[in-house]
Write a protein that binds this ligand. Structure first.
Ligand SMILES: NC(=O)c1ccc[n+]([C@@H]2O[C@H](COP(=O)([O-])OP(=O)(O)OC[C@H]3O[C@@H](n4cnc5c(N)ncnc54)[C@H](OP(=O)(O)O)[C@@H]3O)[C@@H](O)[C@H]2O)c1
Length: 284
C-alpha cells in the first residue's frame, strides 16, 4: 500500500494539533482522506483549523497532562469518530531550565506535559487497540533526547524518557498487533523555536516537511524515524564521544533558548479563557 493511500478513512487522533508539527500533520492528512480528531488546550485554534479542513474533524480540547481531561476528550472522539486507528502524540513544550537556578516547578511541568501527557493519551487509546489487535501509536520525541544540551535538563530528560517509554511499549504491544513509532526530529521551524534560531540554524526543516516525514514513517510502519539526516548523524557521532569530551564541547554551547511565544500553563489558561469568550461571542 502506498504511504499516502494508507491514510484513507483512518481515524487519527492528533494531540498538539493547534500549532506547529501537529497542525501540519492535520493539514497533510486531511486531503488524504483521514478522519481527524484534534486535541490541544487552545480550543479556538483547533476550531479554526477544523473549519479550514475539507473533511470533518472532531475538536476535543484538553490538557494532555490531565488524565481526566484526556479521558473525556477520548470519550468524545470515540463517540464522534469511533475507535482510534492511529494516535499521533505531538503535544509538547520546551522550557529553558538553568541548572544554577533549579526550578522544580518548571521541570515538573515539562515532564508532566511531555511524558505524562503522552502516557495519558496512550492510556485512553491502547485498551481498545489491544482488544482489536490493531492500531498504531506514534509520538514526537526529539533528537534532544539523545544529546544533552545546556539549559535543556527538563526538555532533554523528557524526550529521553519518551524514547525509552515508546521503545519499551513497542516490545509489549508487538504480539498484540499494535505498532509503535518513535519520532525524533531535530530543529523544526515552528513557534517553539526562536527567531534567532530560525535565522541561524543550518539544519532547520519546515513544519510541513516534518509532518510529511512523520506521516510516512507511520504509514510504513517504521519503529523509529529521526531527521534531518545531518543533525541525526551529528547526534550519533556525539553519542560515541567519551563523556568528558562531550561535556567539554557542549558546556560552552549556547543554551537552547525559549521562544518568547512559549507560554506557561497560566498564559495558556488565559488563552483558554479568551477562547471561551470567543466561543461565547460566536454562540450569541
Ligand atoms: N520545533 C522543534 O524544533 C522540535 C524539535 C523536536 C521535537 N519537537 C517536538 O514536536 C512536538 C510539537 O512541537 P512544535 O514544534 O510543533 O511546537 P508548537 O508549535 O509550540 O506546538 C506545540 C503543541 O503542543 C500543544 N500543547 C502544549 N502543551 C499542551 C498541553 N498541556 N496539553 C495539550 N496540548 C499541549 C500546543 O497546543 P496548546 O498550546 O493549544 O495547548 C501545540 O499545539 C513537541 O512535542 C516538541 O517537543 C519540536
Amino acid at each position: 500500500m502506498g504511504s499516502e493511500s494508507f491514510w484513507s478513512e483512518r481515524r487519527v487522533w492528533i494531540t498538539g494539533a493547534s500549532s506547529g508539527i501537529g497542525r501540519a500533520i492535520a493539514e497533510r492528512l486531511d486531503p488524504l482522506g483521514a478522519r481527524l480528531a484534534l486535541t490541544a488546550r487552545r480550543e479556538a485554534s483547533l476550531r479554526q483549523l477544523a473549519e479550514s479542513l475539507s473533511g470533518e474533524a472532531v475538536v476535543a480540547a484538553a490538557d494532555v497532562s490531565d488524565l481526566g481531561q484526556m479521558q473525556s476528550a477520548g470519550a468524545r472522539v470515540a463517540a464522534e469518530l469511533g475507535d482510534v486507528d492511529v494516535l499521533i502524540a505531538c503535544a509538547g513544550v520546551y522550557r529553558l531550565t538553568d541548572g544554577r537556578q533549579w526550578d522544580a516547578a518548571t521541570v515538573n511541568e515539562v515532564l508532566r506535559i511531555n511524558v505524562e501527557g503522552v502516557s495519558n493519551a496512550i492510556a485512553v487509546v491502547a485498551p481498545s487497540m489491544v482488544q482489536r489487535g490493531a492500531g498504531h501509536i506514534a509520538a514526537v520525541s526529539s533528537l534532544a533526547g539523545l544529546a544533552p544540551m545546556p539549559g535543556g535538563a527538563a526538555y532533554c530528560a523528557s524526550k529521553a524518557a519518551l524514547i525509552a517509554l515508546l521503545d519499551s511499549l513497542r516490545l509489549d504491544l508487538r504480539q498484540a498487533g499494535v505498532k509503535v513509532t518513535t519520532i525524533a526530529p531535530g530543529y523544526v521551524d515552528t513557534p517553539m523555536i526562536t527567531d534567532e534560531e530560525r535565522q541561524t540554524l543550518h539544519d532547520l526543516v519546515t513544519a510541513d516537511d516534518a509532518a510529511r516525514r512523520c506521516c510516512e514513517a507511520i504509514a510504513r510502519g517504521q519503529s523509529y524515524a529521526a531527521f534531518p539526516w545531518r543533525t541525526r548523524w551529528l547526534v550519533k557521532l556525539a553519542q560515541r564521544l567519551p563523556r568528558w569530551l562531550y561535556d567539554r564541547i557542549m558546556a560552552d554551547a549556547p543554551p537552547m533558548a525559549e521562544s518568547i511565544r512559549s507560554e506557561s500553563a497560566s498564559d495558556v489558561g488565559g488563552h483558554l479563557q479568551a477562547d471561551d469568550a470567543a466561543d461565547d461571542q460566536r454562540d450569541e
